[in-house]
Design a protein around this ligand. Structure first.
Ligand SMILES: Nc1nc2c(c(=O)[nH]1)N[C@H]1C(S)=C(S)[C@@H](COP(=O)(O)OP(=O)(O)OC[C@H]3O[C@@H](n4cnc5c(=O)[nH]c(N)nc54)[C@H](O)[C@@H]3O)O[C@H]1N2
Ligand SMILES: Nc1nc2c(c(=O)[nH]1)N[C@H]1C(S)=C(S)[C@@H](COP(=O)(O)OP(=O)(O)OC[C@H]3O[C@@H](n4cnc5c(=O)[nH]c(N)nc54)[C@H](O)[C@@H]3O)O[C@H]1N2
Ligand code: SF4
Ligand SMILES: [Mo]
Length: 845
């Protein structure tokens, strides 16, 4: 177990006392009992903060009574969620008061690391913990091997660069490794190599008339859940919905059409839909242009003379037809995708007929696949064909958030730092096999999940030390066992975490983090419902435990320690560059640093002397009180003049991708075809520059592993972090087909019969890479031949509720990442989790 029994008992004794000290207000209880909607008398108040249970980053208000959080709601001042939230922030209250939280800094006393090993953690002071960490860092500096340090970042706030960029750079390491590529980079790839947006889109739900959901389940997950939940009634009244998803998701259950695609065959559907739209002459004349003679020359099977078409705001529609689309008939797609040709045709035609008020909504389901980069482009390119890009009722873009940028830190690098900083990155980003073409640059992204292999193989060098924060890669990365091996090997690991998670079990020092929503300062930027916004986090209650803010307070204290030991550049940077914008005062303590950093980043929105387009606030106090700054609404067609791509147009034939691939190939002195081969793509020649179909890549021999494994998120998952709450477990059946307090593999009853299993049977599920034990659920929300399972259960650490037995490290259910191999959509360096990359077999036990 992560914490020795004595420490644990000591810690729970403190919890008991703290909780007992807080008395519930009688009038509140009375009002609840009588179910009255009247305001109970209380001295409580609503305080603004921000939820980060997922990437929606919603402005919220928290009800606080006697230093106790009792309720949470959407921030009524926010134009993005207009006071709404999803179900998950309620779980956050249980997360904060989770008795299994890390309460004080801990030190490992068992040098042996492994899943079977008890780390024998003992409590230590913050001073001792940071002193130990600083000593290790100074040793690396002394030996001129600062690059052998890595900062591993999971979830974060906008103040992240303080710890994730400035710290490694000033210290002397290139290794700021974020979790971005295990998240959704391949989705951004689709939008970037068509309309130069390395970002998620916003959607004009109020005005839309048709939505195609590519593996998106917006009322349960994705990136604007409160807004989607609030608007969905209106959307269903005014628009038609087609859900393309191997499983009957919450949204698919309410849709007009469900297309249960065979996992990984999205590219077939998207290209066939584009084929239909062109064949039927239903493209947008305003956006795409037209044939000179006004006739439609897009005849199936025939190439078209480019000179016949005058293109308007797009690039390469005829090239796209000639290279790819002309043969992509619905009949061809039906054979691959398992979706009838009539349904493909109907959806494409109705979508185009409703244009431009339509949305082709791309999500990781279609993108985070081994060959998903081009499916992502194809699905997003449908918006280009019908002119719904940045248009009324369509897919929208960014609105400017006027925030301050992180002050320059390069000038604080000394010679040792500069030397280390220019060493190779440990994730091997930008090497031939990992192009990671973020923002058009070879090596522009990050290869999160390759770091485990780098550590194990000591390639490109031996990593000696890492600090991880707000991440849990032993659980959240595919091929999870590699992370176990890597962390067994890593000589010194520090984890800054709220819970004793899987990754924590390998730590030498554990630092208790302030819980993001209620206990810390933070600042976030995001957009939805046509508004960009800046929202803050503030400590709405005084923490019960000896916790500190990962990005700021911990870093300040570490910088002080490093200064004590003779290296003061980091402390100088923090002190000189993060002054209180109101008073000009330099920070002198961790608390001041945390507050000034948030004031610094957010200054442009609250400082009335700075011009901006959006809410006008009188000062910092007003931002504190309101919690959120809203931009003016997004302007339609804002980028139609210049999308920022190489041709300035919306690119079907992506000159932007062509350039990126050619530069990457040149760097490695190979051809683009070779890059395609190394990155597991089948396309050769010009096909590599247009959205096209790629046969899905699957691991595991079909004979031994006959079933395609597909997975999805939970409505209640706060990324990987809510499984230790009882409400998560009690309401787990909110996920279609799932069971409370359990974890099931959902298979079609036809398959159940075929494999001789029935509802409730315990089975061993195996891939070529690992196995887990879960129960069978017969469910018609999945086609025969495919099995689906929710991601989120299967924690063997994290706490007493998440695990079946935390002492014995027995998981509740199984972690999908023990079935999935580690493989990538390499052009974006994304870790593949969708597209049915893994085949499985089931055996009754
Ligand atoms: N199979 C499969 N794998 C997936 C996914 C999937 O859908 N399926 N989803 C992927 C995606 S999209 C993402 S973004 C990643 C996320 O993966 P990670 O970045 O690893 O994040 P989490 O799994 O949420 O783990 C965060 C950890 O931080 C700690 N923690 C929790 N709250 C706080 C806090 O407030 N502060 C600090 N400092 N620490 C805290 C806890 O130890 C927790 O386990 O997982 C990816 N992995
Ligand atoms: N409830 C909830 N919402 C969240 C989060 C959370 O943890 N919980 N996390 C947030 C984060 S970090 C992220 S990155 C986003 C992720 O955004 P989402 O859109 O939620 O992404 P995924 O969960 O990866 O998408 C999974 C969907 O794709 C389907 N799918 C699987 N394989 C295929 C396939 O081959 N083709 C098609 N068409 N569909 C397929 C699955 O059945 C599932 O419905 O969600 C955010 N929102
Ligand atoms: S869990 Fe996500 S969608 Fe729900 S309130 Fe929090 S940030 Fe918003
Ligand atoms: Mo994510």
């Amino acid at each position: 177990m992560g914490i020795t029994r004595r420490t644990f008992l000591k810690a729970t004794a403190i919890t008991g006392a703290a909780v007992a000290g807080i008395k519930a207000k009688e009038p509140v209880l009375k009002a609840f009992a009588e179910n009255k909607n009247t305001k109970a008398e209380s001295n409580g108040k609503w305080v603004a903060s921000t939820c980060q249970g997922c990437t929606s980053w919603c402005p919220v208000q928290v009800y606080v009574e006697d230093n106790r959080v009792t309720k949470i709601r959407g921030n009524v001042n926010s134009k993005a969620n207009h006071g709404n939230i999803c179900p998950r922030p309620h779980l956050a209250i249980q997360q904060m008061y989770d008795p299994d939280r890390i309460k004080v800094p801990l030190k490992r006393t068992n040098p042996k690391k492994g899943r079977k090993e008890d780390p024998k953690f003992v409590p230590i002071s913050w001073d001792e913990a940071l002193d130990t960490i600083a000593d290790k860092l100074m040793e690396l500096r002394k030996n001129h091997e600062t690059h052998k340090f890595a900062l591993l970042r999971g979830r974060y706030t906008e103040a992240t660069e303080i710890i994730y960029k400035a710290f490694p750079s000033i210290f002397g390491s290139p290794n700021g490794i974020s979790h971005s590529s295990i998240c959704a980079e391949a989705e951004k790839f689709g939008a970037y190599y068509t309309e130069a947006m390395w970002d998620y889109r916003d959607y004009d739900l109020a005005e839309t008339r048709y939505i195609i959901l590519w593996g998106a389940d917006p009322i349960a997950s994705n990136r604007q859940v409160p807004h989607a939940i609030n608007m969905w009634g209106h959307v269903m009244d005014n628009a038609k919905l087609a859900a393309i998803d191997p499983r009957l998701s919450a949204t698919a259950a309410k849709a007009d059409e469900w297309l249960p695609v065979i996992p990984g065959e999205d590219g077939a559907l998207a290209t066939a839909m584009a084929h239909v739209i062109l064949r039927e002459g239903m493209w947008s004349r305003e956006f795409v242009g037209d044939f000179i003679d006004g006739a439609n020359h897009f005849v199936p099977g025939q190439t078209v003379d480019e000179a016949l078409f005058v293109e308007n705001l797009t690039n390469g529609v005829v090239k796209w037809w000639n290279l790819e689309l002309k043969d992509r008939t619905p009949e061809w797609a039906a054979e691959r995708s398992g979706i009838p040709a009539e349904q493909i045709t109907r959806v494409a035609k109705e979508f185009a007929a409703a244009a431009p008020r339509v949305i082709s909504w791309l999500s990781p389901g279609t993108a985070m696949q081994i060959r998903g980069g081009y499916s992502a482009m194809a699905a997003h390119a449908l918006n280009g064909l019908v002119g719904s890009v940045q248009n009324v009722g369509g897919t929208l873009g960014k609105t400017k958030i006027p925030a301050n940028k992180t002050p320059d830190y390069k000038k604080y690098q000394d010679e040792i730092a500069e030397h280390g900083y220019h060493e190779k990155k440990i994730d091997r980003v930008g090497t031939l096999e990992y192009p990671a073409l973020k923002d058009g640059k070879s090596g522009g992204g990050v290869v999160t999940n390759a770091v485990a292999d780098s550590i194990i193989n000591e390639d490109p060098y031996v990593l000696k030390m890492a600090i991880g924060y707000w991440n849990n890669w032993v659980f959240s990365c595919t091929g999870a066992d590699r992370w176990e091996k890597a962390l067994e090997k890593l000589p010194f690991f520090v984890h800054i975490t709220t819970n004793p998670a899987e990754m924590t079990q390998y730590a030498d020092i554990v630092l208790p983090a302030a819980f993001h929503l209620f206990e810390r300062w933070g600042v976030l930027y995001n957009k939805y419902n046509k508004h960009g916004y800046l929202t803050i986090q503030q400590p709405v209650v005084k923490p019960l435990w000896d916790v500190k803010i990962d990005e700021t307070e911990v870093m300040w204290l570490l910088a002080e320690k490093l200064a004590e030991k003779g290296f003061r550049n980091l402390l100088d940077y923090y002190t000189n560059e993060f002054k209180d914008p109101e008073t000009g005062k330099k920070p002198t303590s961790p608390e001041e640093f945390a507050l000034y950093a948030v004031k610094f980043y957010s200054q442009p929105v609250w400082d009335p002397t700075i011009e901006k387009k959006g809410d006008q606030l009188k000062g910092w106090n007003e931002l504190l009180e309101k919690g959120v700054w809203n931009s003016e609404p997004f302007k339609y067609k804002a980028k139609w003049e210049d999308f920022g791509t190489k041709t300035k147009k919306f690119e079907f034939y992506s000159e932007t991708l062509k350039e990126a691939l050619e530069k990457h190939a040149e760097k490695h002195e190979v051809t683009v075809d070779k890059v395609m081969e190394v990155t597991k793509y089948l396309a050769r020649g010009e096909l590599a520059f247009v959205p096209h179909y790629e046969e899905p890549f699957r691991h595991g021999d079909e004979k031994e592993f006959p079933i395609i494994f597909s997975e999805h998120r939970s409505r209640l998952n706060r990324e990987g972090r809510s499984a230790n709450t009882t409400w998560y477990q009690e309401f787990k059946d909110a996920d279609p087909g799932d069971e409370k307090w359990d974890d099931v593999l959902k298979i079609n009853p036809i398959d159940a019969k075929k494999y001789g299993v029935k509802n409730g049977d315990k089975v061993k599920v195996s891939s070529a890479f690992g196995s887990i034990e879960v129960k069978v659920k017969e469910w018609e929300g999945v086609r025969p031949g495919t099995a689906v399972k929710c991601y989120g259960q299967g924690h063997w650490a994290y706490g007493r509720t998440a695990s079946l037995d935390y002492q014995k490290k027995m998981p509740r259910g199984g972690n999908n990442n023990e079935l999935h191999p580690s493989d990538f959509e390499r052009l974006s360096a994304s870790t593949a989790r969708h597209g049915g990359l893994t085949r499985i077999k089931i055996e009754k036990i």
